[in-house]
Design a protein around this ligand. Structure first.
Ligand code: DGY
Length: 332
């Protein structure tokens, strides 16, 4: 059997694959595999270990007659056409759980950086604009005691809510279904999206990207938010209509935005969002701790090895192709 790994990953992490297959690796850590090379490798692969930068679509699947499994080193898998994989009997695996707490930490880091104007503060010092202590110099928004609205109370949303308790926050959430256990653990209360937008001081997006959730937050939704509110997106960029967000931020219809993800990644350096002082932007690093990225690589390899070896992967998003013995992996 043959497996293609689309980015250089630690040898120890991908070791489980070597017991089942000959492993070819795209030996570049920084840059995505060129599409033509991915298609060529897919054509003779039984398994692919890919990243969120690699599109697994019908074109690729049509070129991959022997493919049995696609393992994504991410919890989100919107880059994979799961329905097309399922129709061909190809298992799709992802890496939930191992990144939950690290991603929740990053949500909080950018939320607080925006609320308390940390980057603006550092720039002010570096540019020699810190003249003297002044009553309203870089005055931001309080986090403690504020209302936090989480859109999508999955694993990461729950971990964000857990942290919010330490800040004495009121926690609201909007989701397609109720989460009784998370409510009991965190005190979060379910509400409609419109009410959440109107009442929250911080709106945190943690919903998966699907055709229905694309541009979930557009001009109308931003208009419902408080003028003092901060929008945080640590899920997927296309959840937000970025053009509408730029307008709302520039007109100060909302107070700020803290963004880990963007409609187009990498975000071009001349993007209008980056010219706004009330934006905190980081380059899709929610799960980027050394330990967590290593755990994700390891889990992605183990999932793929399990499918190719005829076993049960820890996380599979279309378990029906494996004979229905596994539960469907829940969204992040
Ligand atoms: C994911 O896993 O989906 C993140 O976006 C990267 O960790």
């Amino acid at each position: 059997m043959r497996v293609f790994v689309s980015r250089r990953l630690p040898d120890a992490a991908i070791e489980p694959l070597r017991t089942h297959a000959e492993v070819a690796v795209h030996e570049d850590e920084r840059n995505p595999v060129p599409r033509a090379l991915l298609l060529r490798e897919a054509a003779r692969a039984d398994g692919l270990l890919v990243l969120l930068t690699d599109r697994v679509d019908r074109e690729l699947l049509d070129a991959a007659p022997t493919l049995r499994a696609v393992s994504v080193m991410a919890v989100g898998y919107d880059n994979v056409d799961v329905a097309a994989c399922t129709a061909r009997g190809i298992a799709v695996c992802n890496t939930p759980d191992v990144l939950t707490e690290t991603t929740a930490d990053l949500c909080w880091a950018i939320l607080m950086a925006c609320a308390r104007r940390l980057y603006e503060g550092q720039r002010a010092i570096v540019e020699g604009r810190w003249a003297a202590w002044a009553p309203y110099f870089l005055a931001g928004q309080d986090v403690w005691g504020a209302t936090l609205g989480i859109v999508g109370l999955g694993r990461i949303g729950t971990a964000v809510a857990r942290r919010a308790r330490g800040f004495g926050m009121r926690i609201l959430y909007a989701a397609r279904s109720g989460h009784a256990m998370a409510e009991a653990e965190t005190g979060a209360r379910r509400t409609e999206l419109d009410a959440l937008l109107a009442e929250s001081d911080f709106v945190v997006l943690l919903a998966p990207l699907t055709p229905e959730s694309r541009h979930l937050i557009g001009a109308a939704e931003l208009a419902r938010m408080k003028p003092t509110a901060v929008l945080v997106n640590a899920a997927r960029g296309p959840l937000v209509d970025e053009e509408a967000l730029v307008e709302a931020l520039a007109a100060r219809r909302i107070w700020g935005a803290a963004l880990d993800v963007f409609e187009r990644e990498p975000l071009p350096a001349d993007h209008p969002l980056l010219a706004l002082p009330n934006v905190v932007a980081v380059p899709h690093i929610g799960s980027a701790s050394v330990a967590t990225r290593t755990a994700m690589a390891r889990l992605a390899a183990e999932n793929l090895a399990a499918v190719l070896g005829g076993g049960r992967p820890r996380a599979c998003v279309n378990p029906e192709v494996l004979g229905g013995t596994l539960g469907r992996a829940a969204p992040a």
